[in-house]
Design a protein around this ligand. Structure first.
Ligand SMILES: Cc1ncc(COP(=O)(O)O)c(C=O)c1O
Length: 394
């Protein structure tokens, strides 16, 4: 039996790194995980308690396709709390993670063969999901002086049916401010391209709040998730906000593609949204870890970095140290037991000279990871002053 052409997507390299780290641990090695883009913390206590209580009396059957009405209402309320937006719950679609939302959004908006612009570097699965749906991902090579975010000039003159951005972004953690986001949305609209904003890292911001595309226009799809700020990766639950006249289209797709998002996860997610103090405690850890990374990485010799505005990643230019980030990451894992992600996951071209560090785990892990990275660079004779800062600060 043959496989389809569109099934020929690339592997998610970080998953391969996780597997190598697992094998090392199985062989008795102690590994510090700076590869995984997920919190080390569980779902908030209140979320787990709510689910335990619900399971005692509820069969947890299918819910309606767009999600539990109470959850859709609570998500709409979040837009009031975070952005001062009055959002109708009818526009909220609960999804199986933001990954499920991508499938719904791409299917609702594009036809086979359509071109969709995505920033490079960017989250790897955008490209692969687009390919699997017979769409054509168009890499928009971003510039260091734009803190690796696309700008309107990168879009002008292109034949695009869609434009997708993320702010804060993975792998850089950089954000688009209101003017930058508005500029991109206006340019996409001029091109006749649908605009999709991946806001999965909202809530995990350091110096200023992230701007939602919904603060600028209703004519866009906004995708978010319970995976990151709400610390619920494995629960596979997220959401999407779509224009009112797209709701029925998305509903029909959701009914047929997924029936509904996981019922148990919807119950937990609803309760998680009222667990503010625990979520803020997680934020305190990310903030402390970020400070350690921004001080420790340059000291170790990884000083070609852009300070992240949000999320929990630092993206480092290591092109002065290697032209094969995959081999470089494997060497770091092998010699000092720190798992990091090769940039090739995020940028098929320039990623050969970059790596991503995640600081989502405990502060003790970050301290130990930095000690080991310092040793790794010192042993290579690549300590401080070997590199220079290339991504400008804000
Ligand atoms: C930018 C970005 N979008 C989406 C996802 C997928 O998240 P989810 O768990 O909601 O499917 C990730 C996961 O790391 C991500 O980094």
């Amino acid at each position: 039996m043959r496989n389809s052409r569109r099934s020929q997507v690339d592997p998610f390299i970080v998953m391969d790194v996780m597997e190598a780290a697992r094998r090392a641990e199985e062989a008795g090695r102690d590994v510090i995980h700076m590869e995984v883009g997920q919190p080390g913390t569980p779902a908030p206590e209140g979320a787990r308690q709510a689910l335990t209580a619900a399971m005692a009396g509820d069969a947890m059957g299918y819910t309606v396709a767009l999600g539990l009405p109470a959850l859709r209402r609570r998500i709409a309320r979040l837009y009031g709390e975070w952005y001062d937006i009055d959002l109708s719950p009818s526009r909220v679609v609960v999804t199986p993670g933001s990954s499920g939302a991508f499938i719904l959004a791409f299917t609702a908006l594009f036809d086979a063969g359509d071109h969709v612009g995505i920033g490079a570097p960017g989250y790897p699965s955008y490209r692969q999901i687009l390919k699997a749906l017979d769409l054509v991902p168009v890499d928009i090579e971003t510039a260091a002086e734009n803190r690796l975010q696309p700008v309107p000039a990168d879009l002008t003159g292109r034949d695009l049916s869609g434009v997708m951005v993320a702010s804060p972004a993975n792998p850089t953690g950089t954000m688009l401010d209101r003017a930058a986001l508005a500029g991109l949305m206006a340019t996409a609209s001029d091109l006749g391209a649908s605009f999709i904003s991946d806001e999965i890292y909202h809530g995990i911001e350091y110096d200023r709040r992230a701007v939602s595309a919904l603060e600028i226009s209703d004519d866009c799809y906004v995708i978010n998730s319970f995976s990151k700020y709400f610390s619920m990766t494995g629960w596979r639950i997220g959401w999407m906000v779509v224009p009112e006249d797209h709701v029925r289209v998305v509903e029909r797709l959701a009914q047929n593609l997924f029936i509904c998002p996981p019922h148990a996860s919807q119950v937990a997610a609803l309760a998680a949204m009222d667990c503010g103090p625990e979520l803020q405690a997680n934020m305190d850890v990310y903030r402390a870890n970020r400070a350690l990374m921004l001080a420790g990485l340059p000291q170790a010799g990884f000083d070609r970095i852009a300070p992240p505005d949000g999320a929990f990643y630092v993206y480092a230019d290591v092109s002065h140290l290697t032209d094969d980030s995959r081999a470089f990451a494997a060497e770091i894992l092998e010699t000092v037991g720190v798992a990091v992600t090769p940039g090739l996951d995020f940028d098929p071209v320039r990623g050969a000279g970059t790596i991503r560090f995640s600081y989502a785990r405990s502060t003790a892990d970050i301290e130990e990871g930095l000690r080991r990275l310092t040793r790794f660079m010192a042993d290579r004779g690549a300590g401080p002053a070997a590199g220079k800062r290339v991504f400008p600060e804000r």
